[in-house]
Design a protein around this ligand. Structure first.
Ligand code: SIN
Length: 185
């Protein structure tokens, strides 16, 4: 199967898909999508929280003129069996135009998007509430705090400053807690 074959597709990752790459890909490029911003507005019942106490993970919200930086992967169609399962809690595959950073080439692809009408959607809340929520949530894939920290590291690696994410990270760090060695026993 070649990278240009008819059943190869680009998928854009802006959250855990940037740093948790548990799927095969044919090509990986730093990339961005236009008109969207990353927000911790989606509930997580299956990865970073539980049905009783959902965590908070990222989705996209429309924002004309904004650029959301992430990573684009060229994948075989069969990879979507795994990705659809991984992203099953409210995300749908939506078509998107992706700009590849290296070449400025614009390619057609898909992105996992959790719309406001999905049952797990939590929506906006004051930053301090979201920080406390993240600091206190955990699920089968680990702590919600760890999801945020890994996203911050991944974005730093892409030299992508995302005010919403970095501000939340600072607020969660300031709360201290079980993962913070300075918080004591
Ligand atoms: C993504 O990473 O592109 C979707 C959201 C997530 O899995 O964190």
């Amino acid at each position: 199967m070649s990278e240009t074959g008819p059943d190869a597709t680009w998928v854009f990752g802006y959250g855990s898909l940037i740093y948790k790459v548990d799927f095969p890909y044919l090509r990986r490029e730093v990339a961005s999508i236009e008109g969207w911003e990353r927000r911790f507005w989606q509930g997580s019942h299956d990865h970073r929280g539980t049905p009783e106490q959902p965590g908070r993970v990222v989705t996209l919200t429309a924002s004309p003129g904004a650029l959301c930086r992430g990573v684009a992967y060229r994948v075989e169609e069969s990879v979507f069996v795994h990705l659809d399962h991984r992203e099953k809690n409210g995300y749908v595959r939506a078509p998107v135009q992706i700009t590849l950073a290296g070449s400025d080439e614009v390619v057609a692809g898909v992105v996992y998007y959790a719309a406001p009408d999905n049952p797990a959607f939590l929506g906006a809340a004051p930053m301090s509430d979201m920080a406390r929520h993240i600091a206190g949530s955990t699920g089968p894939s680990g702590s919600n705090r760890d999801y945020l920290c890994q996203l911050v590291s991944a974005l730093e690696g892409l030299e992508a400053y995302d005010e919403h994410v970095f501000e939340l990270n600072a607020m969660v760090a300031a709360l201290g807690g079980p993962d913070d060695p300075s918080a004591g026993a």
